[in-house]
Design a protein around this ligand. Sequence first.
Ligand SMILES: *Cc1c(COP(=O)(O)O)cnc(C)c1O
Length: 398
Amino acid sequence: MSSERASRIDTRVIHGGQRAEPVTGAVVPPIFTSATFAQAAPGEHKGFEYSRSHNPTRYAFERMMASLESSPLTEDDDPSCGTFAFASGMATMATLLDLLATGDRIVSMDDLYGGSRRLLSMVRERSQGLDLAYADLSDPEAFSAAMTPDTRMVWVETPTNPMMKLADLSALAKIARRKSPDAILVCDNTFASPVNQRPLEHGFDIVMHSTTKYVNGHSDVVGGVAVVKDAALAARVRFLQNAIGAVMNPFDAYLTLRGVKTLAVRMERHNTNGLAIARFLEQHPKVERVLYPGLPSHPQHELFQRQMDGAGGMVSFYLDGDLDRVKKLVAELRVFQLAESLGAIESLVNHPAIMTHASVPSETRSALGITDSLVRLSVGIEHVEDLLADLEGALSAV
Ligand SMILES: *Cc1c(COP(=O)(O)O)cnc(C)c1O
């Protein structure tokens, strides 16, 4: 598979980690629903004992994700190349947090996905005694100040949701290695997708995704995945995945593998549609400000150019007006549907303060800039003229 690893990501999304099924030659991996696998003699089996521990369909998806995230691990290091699929993005995060011991310190981005912040602040601080330090990791100096020698894990999201701030992954990795060499560096890469950004290439140890979003891309499966760069760390995550058991089931692994095969062509369209819509909104008189790393006006546009291969379909903006005007706007939209979630082929609009980020305390929300006039778009892959016309019509009605 080394030659396949060298190929471009547009090719790897089709073939990464894949091979014909050995018994029948099936090109598409079958959905192996079997909970258990026959053994020739006690302990003598083909690498599969019980489906929580190992499942061939899940493995096929996991190996694909290892390839897409540029994992250096092979099947000689780990049967699924150090990559582990879970029942959801949150199940992935919960399992990774179990790499930590009671009372360990974790430094995390302040502008986190609401559910991630909820798991840290409302569950693991209580149940695991985690010492939580939130900082604006888009500022390497703020990170450096938060990064103490006893920090055991760093949790970064970039671009952030919904403020679209970027963290300089190479710079953070360098600072972290200097301050606390053994800290595990995790990047939640859900917003970017591996087509637009690959954190392991920037010195991170683990990359995770809510595969519910761009990776599957069709709003019909909830799931998550973690790709681990180091074999010893991968062995620890493999142990935890099996011990905790929040695994992705074979049907979802099949569907998500099917979905990811179009990731490169989907992202190409998300990138061009996202940029066109960000440009349109930026010049619109009823829009105060647009947050999109692909725009030259984004304060970290230079970092975007260095670190990412595209800016994706996530566009946030401040409408010039109050909550009533925002409600009117979303009510007028026809193609953009009002819904949570993101990263799928259909365009969605979301009001972070009331919807996705309602679980974030209101003081934190206002400190981050998540006000009532902030709107977040997940731009899909429809024809861009239809999306622009939808926004134009709704904006002229408010
Ligand atoms: C959705 C999301 C999650 C949580 O994933 P689920 O699949 O919904 O459990 C985590 N991080 C980010 C950035 C997300 O967008």
